[in-house]
Design a protein around this ligand. Structure first.
Ligand SMILES: [Zn+2]
Ligand SMILES: [Zn+2]
Length: 167
C-alpha cells in the first residue's frame, strides 16, 4: 500500500518514485516517517516509515498524511536541489496536497506505541516552547529530576524542558 501510494503521488506530480526504496523500521518511535537523500546530489536514498504507523492503530487517511509529508520532502528537495526542510517551498507542496506542513505530526500516540515506549524508557521530556516530546531511558550522569531542566535545553529551539517519569 505504501509503495503504491507514493508511486501514485509521484505519478500525479510527474515524477517517478518506483525506484526509491521504502523501509519499515520496527524501532522508529520518535517520528512516523523519514526521507533521506544524498547530501551532495539531492538524489533520493530512501523513505523510512515506523512500523507503529502501520500496526492497525491508524486510519488510511492518517497514514496517507504521513506519506504525503515525506513525499513533499522528496519532491521539493529534488526539485530545488537543496534541503528545503519545512520551508516555504515545502509548505506550498503540503498545501497542494491538503496536509498541514508543520514539523510535528498531529497523530496521537497509539496504545501500542505508548506501551512500547514505556517498556523501554523511564522519562518523558517535553519542550515548553516548541512542544517536541522525546523519551529517555535514564537521566544523564550527575543529573536529578530537580536539576535536569537547569542543565538541559531543547536541542532544536533552546526552550526549557520539562521531565516526568513515565508511570
Ligand atoms: Zn518533515
Ligand atoms: Zn523546543
Amino acid at each position: 500500500m505504501i509503495k503504491d501510494y507514493i508511486c501514485y503521488l509521484g505519478y500525479e506530480w510527474g515524477v517517478d518514485c518506483s525506484n526509491i526504496p521504502i523501509r519499515i523500521s520496527k524501532r522508529m518511535t520518535n517520528t512516523w516517517g523519514h526521507y533521506t537523500f544524498n547530501a551532495r546530489t539531492f538524489k533520493p536514498l530512501e523513505f523510512v516509515f515506523s512500523h507503529f504507523l502501520l500496526d492497525g492503530s491508524y486510519t488510511d487517511e492518517e497514514i496517507k498524511s504521513v506519506l504525503k509529508h515525506e513525499f513533499c520532502h522528496y519532491y521539493v528537495n529534488t526539485l530545488h536541489k537543496k534541503d528545503c526542510k519545512h520551508n516555504h517551498e515545502f509548505q506550498k507542496a503540503c498545501k497542494f496536497l491538503n496536509i498541514d506542513g508543520s514539523r510535528y505530526s498531529k497523530l496521537k500516540i497509539s496504545e501500542n506505541l505508548k506501551n512500547y515506549i514505556s517498556s523501554r524508557n523511564k522519562y518523558k521530556v517535553t519542550c515548553n516552547k516548541c512542544g517536541i516530546t522525546f523519551f529517555q531511558k535514564r537521566l544523564p550522569n550527575h543529573c536529578t529530576l530537580e536539576n535536569y531542566n537547569k542543565n538541559y535545553r531543547c536541542a532544536s529551539c533552546k526552550g526549557t524542558l520539562e521531565i516526568k517519569p513515565i508511570k
